[in-house]
Design a protein around this ligand. Structure first.
Ligand SMILES: [Mg+2]
Length: 120
């Protein structure tokens, strides 16, 4: 059975792209959320194996969402999806417990590589 993924991103297009890449590689998308606050709620609801987390989002950004998810589950696995120029925020997210990051625009191979490595 495919590993369960929760996609958190405020851009519907980005969620669609990630969903497409992941489902084609045998991952199961158990949930999608459009901001950090909904992402934390979805994490509790769906208990995914891994989360892809955007950084810039309304309501609650990806860094605060990682902190909240890690507070709920210290073993939570999170891959940040950042834009170019967000290195300081990526570092903060890693310090908060994120496991890896990918940079937009990304290649499908890089997405699969990062997620597979974190799940290994
Ligand atoms: Mg965003």
């Amino acid at each position: 059975m495919g590993k369960k993924v929760l996609i958190v991103d405020d851009a519907a297009f980005m969620r669609m792209m990630l969903k497409d890449i992941l489902t084609k590689n045998d991952f199961e998308i158990v949930g999608e959320a459009e901001n950090g606050k909904l992402g934390v709620a979805a994490y509790q609801k769906y208990k995914p194996d891994i989360v892809t987390m955007d950084i810039t989002m309304p309501e609650m950004n990806g860094i605060d969402a990682v902190k909240a998810i890690k507070a709920l589950d210290a073993n939570a696995k999170v891959v940040m999806v950042s834009a170019m120029g967000q290195q300081p925020m990526v570092i903060e997210a890693i310090q908060a417990g994120a496991n890896d990051f990918i940079v937009k625009p990304f290649q499908p191979e890089r997405v699969i590589e990062a997620i597979s490595k974190v799940l290994a």
